[in-house]
Design a protein around this ligand. Sequence first.
Ligand code: R5P
Length: 326
Amino acid sequence: MTELKSPVNRRLVLVSGRAHPELAGAVARELDTSLVHTTAYDFANGEIYVRFAESVRGGEAFVLQSYPAPTNRWIMEHLLMVDALKRASVKRITAILPFYPYGRQDKKHRGREPISARLIADLFRTAGAHRLMSVDLHAAQSQGFFDGPVDHLWAMPILTDYVRTRVDLKDLAVVSPDAGRIRVAEKWASKMGECPLAFVHKTRDLTRPNSAVANRVVGDVEGKDCVLVDDLIDTGGTIAEAVKVLMNAGAKGVIVAATHGVLSDPAARRLQDCGAREVVVTDTLPIPAEKRFPQLTVLSIAPLIARAIHEVFDDGSVTSLFDGNT
Ligand code: R5P
């Protein structure tokens, strides 16, 4: 009996939604490949049309979308692209969500609420995604919402490598802007040479979106350079308040490091005026010119995503990119 052998090598199919073409282009360049030409447009009533201009049959597909506002539109476009890939007979689909939308609603805080982060995972599974790839989930355990492999990438090495060159390592404190992110701040502290930790005690009004009050610092920050770390900056309220509390507590200076620069209004103004020496984010979301300000530094996430795509495509190890941590 003749054995049936695969006649072709696997083909990497890289496609992107319209939300952040610069990031998709940068990922393609890192991989030394090109994006599959895609038609995408809106109908008059807001419905979206997508079509790939070339055959993708048998390919290993990676479909990238970023989530600036309006988030819901880009989610729908992403899902339609996954559906189109499935119906075009690709072998495997990895949906890449550098910033996971609705990640903050990962549990019911009060009765009669949805678990939106779970619904997003279900939508991608239903559309046909075999695996998800995302950077710095708001809560790492949200990986479990998707019934399939999830590559949870860390931006921390990119951020720490940069921040280390911008602070006084001898007199440093890593600060979490709320009690919920202390675990992440701990990892930062260890990366920055086991420096001391502090956190800002923050309270929220659950009935009002994007409202938080920073009350006081727990830990010693007097005379220290502080690195204030968060997963995302949305309206900038959390960070701006925390910077003020740190400066009032005698910090020498504050540098902010966050993975996702959502930067909804009035974040740019708040961050510019809050007293931080520098605000460092990655480009998991596009940051248009009108949201940029002098203290803002944007680091590229493209090399990390490209390396992870490479590992998945080659059946290698994504975990190896993070010293065995996930
Ligand atoms: C909260 O748990 C998050 O980690 C962020 O600190 C928060 O969502 C940022 O929102 P904003 O910038 O609007 O205060």
